[in-house]
Design a protein around this ligand. Structure first.
Ligand code: HEM
Length: 508
């Protein structure tokens, strides 16, 4: 329509640009100030860009400052798109838990604006499709022993390989991010395709690289959603094209080929052929069963491909990042490291491998793992949620379909809850007799109906990897008296900046 109006006006080209910019400016100013009943903005949004320039640097600290100005529920804009930030345990529990029917959607059209089938699977889906994909996936994972000894044995196998690799460094300084990523990703591979890969297998290394890239780049999705026109810009200033290419490679070289491989195997396999028991075949069998019974279902191959992508993305880097934070905190707190080792040697000794059955007796180690998850707060802004209908929170109106940030930093680092939140102090999770205590505000896996699907698996992995690491090695800084900084790279997850460490074998 605009093109038609311009054609009749015959203006010089620069005038078109000026008209488009002016219209965009008017539109954004209108959208950003159109309703007075919305949660307040802490500072005025910029025309066109909204709050992006404010959040560009130090976003975690900026949200903290915004909260001081605007309270526990406030608005920020990405262009004209409204996002409501929820701050603190009370307001997040009141929404995600007490009004779970309303606040358990994923934002519509965000992942879909970039990825084909982005609204399928678990992370990007909502409503009936999300419920079914989540419950089928959880049932399969539980069946495999998530939280039970069968899976623990698989994890222990991986831990043993991981320790052998670390031992090969002979206590020399080493950066272990990729190795840790590979080991944790292998646990997900064992679940999804029923086998682990050699650490040096180029196929696995490629998969890790793609997963890490995707986690780094995925923050560009909000920009693409807020400014749909950026897809027409030449080049790839916002890394959108890179992200799409990366996602296509993950789907076309890993997720779909895995499905095809096991779909064929399943057709030719005997009923009790163990080599075909894995997440993919379990999903395919359930799909077949539902179809044979004429049940209405959202299950299909495209959903399965997306579910696998989600498990790889959500299940690999999160756990390995937590392991890296634990090691880093131990370098900074050698006396805590000593105490954990003493507990392990008193309860388990140094000859036998730590098992899941020892968990309840290793309170100090458990407290240190919780403290790592609390302080590192590796998913600081949580995953984005959306509300299904218009609703009031603390007197403010939240229009239906608003993007919501239930900020986890705001709970895990709250001074009112923890007193000295920025100190590493495992004792906060212990009572006066040294027994582990549960604290409801400890929510690194979020809360409500969308709470992390892999919580039990992650807890098992963290316990088995970290107990074995401390039992066998002392962690020492690469250079004595010079500790790596506790700074993190901000993204959807926050890993520590790359650092070197020496894993020195303890004398038996
Ligand atoms: C230390 C490790 C982990 C942490 C801190 C973590 C944290 C989280 C958080 C904060 C969410 C968002 C919940 C929400 O939207 O309210 C989430 C979602 C999710 N996580 Fe994890 N996670 C971890 C490990 C895992 C593992 C090992 C898996 C895979 C087996 C996994 C699979 C998922 C999935 C599929 C979702 C989406 C759930 C949904 O939307 O219904 N996570 N996780």
């Amino acid at each position: 329509m605009l093109a038609g109006i311009f054609a009749t006006l015959s203006l010089p080209p620069l005038a078109y640009v000026a008209v488009v910019l002016t219209l965009t400016l008017i539109l954004t100013l209108w959208a950003q100030s159109s309703r007075s009943d919305l949660p307040p903005c802490p500072v005025r949004p910029y025309p066109i860009l909204g709050h992006i320039p404010h959040l560009k640097n130090r976003p975690r600290e900026t949200l903290k400052e915004f909260r001081k100005k605007a309270g526990d529920v406030f608005s920020i804009y990405t262009g004209t798109k409204l996002t409501v930030v929820l701050y603190g345990y009370d307001v997040i529990r009141d929404t995600l838990v007490k009004q779970a029917d309303i606040f358990s959607d994923a934002p519509q059209n965000q992942l879909n604006s970039v990825f084909k089938d982005g609204a399928k699977g678990i992370i990007g889906s909502s409503g009936k499709s999300w419920k079914e994909q989540r419950s089928v996936s959880l049932a399969i994972l539980r069946n495999f022993g998530m939280g039970k000894t069968t899976l623990a044995e698989k994890i222990q196998e991986e831990v043993s390989e991981y320790l052998s690799e670390l031992a090969k460094f002979n206590g020399k300084p080493q950066e272990v991010r990729t190795l840790t990523n590979v080991a944790v990703c292998n646990v997900i591979c064992a679940i999804i395709v029923g086998k682990r890969f050699d650490y040096h297998d180029p196929y696995l290394i490629r998969l890790i690289h793609i997963l890490n890239e995707q986690i780094k780049l995925v923050k560009s999705v909000s920009l693409r959603y807020a400014f749909p026109w950026i897809r027409y810009l030449p080049g790839d200033l916002f890394n959108i094209k890179k992200l799409i290419k990366n996602n296509n490679e993950l789907m076309d070289h890993f997720c779909y080929p895995f499905i095809n491989q096991f779909s064929k195997k399943l057709d030719n396999a005997e009923e009790d052929d163990e080599s075909t028991i894995n997440f993919i075949t379990s999903y395919l069998k359930e799909l077949k069963h539902k179809k044979a019974n004429g049940e209405s279902t959202t299950m299909e191959i495209a959903q399965l491909a997306r579910v696998i992508q989600n498990l790889f993305i959500a299940g690999s880097e999160t756990t390995s990042t937590t392991i890296l934070w634990f090691v880093l905190y131990m370098l900074h707190n050698p006396e805590i490291q000593k105490k954990i080792f003493k507990e392990i040697s008193d309860v388990v000794g140094t000859e036998r491998v730590v098992s899941l059955q020892d968990k309840s007796q290793l309170s100090y180690l458990n407290a240190a793992i919780r403290e790592t998850q609390r302080l590192a707060s590796i998913v600081p802004f949580n995953l984005l949620h959306a509300n299904t209908v218009e609703v009031k929170i603390r007197g403010y109106t939240i229009p239906a379909g608003t993007t919501i940030i239930p900020n986890l930093d705001s709970i895990l680092h709250d001074e009112k809850i923890w007193g000295d939140p920025m100190n590493f102090r495992p004792e906060r999770f212990l009572d006066s007799t040294g027994k582990l205590v549960n604290r409801e505000e400890f929510v690194p896996f979020s809360l409500g109906r969308r709470v992390c699907l892999g919580e039990s698996l992650a807890k098992m992995e963290l316990f088995l990897f970290l107990s074995a690491l401390v039992q066998r090695f002392e962690f020492l800084p690469a250079t004595p008296k010079s500790l790596p900084p506790l700074t993190c790279a901000f993204g959807i997850t926050c890993p520590p900046e790359a650092y070197e460490v020496r894993f020195v074998e303890r004398k038996k």
